[in-house]
Design a protein around this ligand. Structure first.
Ligand SMILES: Cc1cc2nc3c(=O)[nH]c(=O)nc-3n(C[C@H](O)[C@H](O)[C@H](O)COP(=O)(O)OP(=O)(O)OC[C@H]3O[C@@H](n4cnc5c(N)ncnc54)[C@H](O)[C@@H]3O)c2cc1C
Length: 376
């Protein structure tokens, strides 16, 4: 990084670790085994002492260990700062050419098999606090889970945040994604959020500055949301609790919550639902390798156990192709796809190299349909 083979740099000082240069050659990734560990490029996973960083930094830190799909390559460096100030100082001193990617719990993430170049920032548990403030406000560390935020709001008789109960990600991920459900989204409840920008500057932005639209925000590249202030309205604790229970039960009935998945794969196109179009195009249950379009909710993709990220992404692209052919609708990915990888060659179609930041990864063929009946 910043010279790539030399390791992580703080200013001009190289981190005192020895490891393989991080080449992320896609062909090295292809053809390895099929579980998450084997998919990963053979980086030696080492903790490194970064001068001035109180938290931890790990070369080749696994992301597949904790993201929902449980597959994909490692982070070149996985950094867990100890505090907001620690993160700020780390980013201030980091070579500006090194890419930085914040992650929450990876509930809306495909990490490609070649891994993520640069630094992946995962927030520590100390940034998972949730406090109630006057004016029906809830202040949450960006590492706090949506269900915790909703529950604390309920206990303080604050209504309007119930929808966060059904979104299994962090507050930071929700601010970035403008997460929403049941007719509400983060832009409806956010007052302000604090970010550490890529250059280490700490800023608090009012909600309007995030330029929110459907599942979109203008959080700048490399910036890490570290805290959010939400506002609800006075409510009755029992009623709020009942609504949260209803949401939980509805989710349980309609979504593959206990599977390795990435949430809604595609944004709902204007005037229709993504799942309806996917179903109408005959994609329910479609598989590539161990990647499958969920039978229960066909806007969810599943890793049935040994899927590579490339299988999951190729399946998503195949779904897009079939929907386009069937209805002319162009589905737009909601899942964030990060890192480097290869969409494998299938049935004579050449493989596609994909790199971090490239939006399109066309691939098709080599697709099989699972024969079992629909579950929902
Ligand atoms: C079963 C299931 C149901 C779901 N239901 C819904 C739903 O109803 N509505 C909905 O909107 N989503 C839903 N999702 C998707 C997902 O939960 C949300 O998008 C969630 O907000 C992602 O949070 P995360 O912490 O997991 O983020 P990640 O998946 O880790 O990251 C998602 C994006 O946010 C960025 N990011 C994460 N943390 C930060 C941070 N601190 N600062 C800056 N950027 C950050 C990442 O770089 C990435 O671009 C569902 C997912 C699953 C698995």
């Amino acid at each position: 990084m910043g010279g790539r083979a030399g390791g992580l740099h703080q200013g001009c000082e190289a981190v005192p670790v020895t490891r393989q240069p991080t080449s992320f050659v896609p062909n090295e990734v292809e053809g390895r085994g099929t579980d998450a560990g084997e998919n990963a490029p053979r980086l030696r996973s080492e903790r490194a002492e970064i001068p001035g960083l109180a938290g931890t930094a790990k070369a080749g830190g696994s992301l597949a260990d904790f993201i929902w799909f449980r597959t994909g390559g490692p982070a070149e460096w996985l950094v867990r700062p100890a505090s907001v100030e620690d993160l700020s100082q780390f980013l201030r001193n980091l070579d500006p050419s090194v890419p930085v990617l914040p992650v929450g719990v990876g509930s809306n993430l495909i990490v490609r098999d070649g891994g993520v170049p640069g630094v992946v920032v995962r927030l520590p548990k100390t940034l998972a606090h949730v406090h109630i403030e006057p004016g029906n406000r809830v202040r949450a560390g960006a590492g706090a889970m949506g269900i915790t935020v909703a529950s604390k709001a309920r206990d303080a008789h604050i209504a309007g945040l119930e929808f966060l109960r059904g979104i299994p990600g962090t507050a930071g991920g929700a601010v970035r994604m403008n997460a929403g459900a049941y007719g509400r989204e983060v832009s409806d409840i956010l007052v302000e959020a604090t970010l550490v920008l890529r250059d280490g500057t700490i800023e608090t932005w009012p909600a309007e500055r995030f330029g929110y639209t459907y599942r979109h925000s203008e959080v700048p590249e490399g910036a890490v949301v570290v805290e959010a202030l939400f506002e609800g309205v006075p409510g009755d604790r029992a009623e709020i609790g009942a609504e949260m229970d209803r949401i939980a039960a509805e989710r349980e009935a309609s979504q593959p919550l206990r599977s390795r998945t990435g949430g809604s794969t595609f944004k709902n196109p204007p005037g229709t639902k993504a799942w309806k179009e996917i179903d109408a195009a005959g994609c329910r249950g479609l598989t590539i390798g161990d990647a499958q379009v969920s039978e229960k909710h066909c806007n969810f993709l599943l890793n049935l156990g040994r899927a590579k990220a490339a299988d999951i992404e190729a399946l998503g692209e195949e779904v897009r192709r079939r929907v386009r052919e069937h209805s002319g609708i162009e589905l737009e990915w909601e899942i964030q796809r990060v890192g480097n990888g290869v969409i494998p060659a299938k049935a004579g179609i050449p493989g596609q190299e994909v790199a971090a930041g490239l939006p399109e990864t066309p691939a098709s063929a080599g697709v099989t349909k699972v024969e079992n009946e629909r579950a929902g």
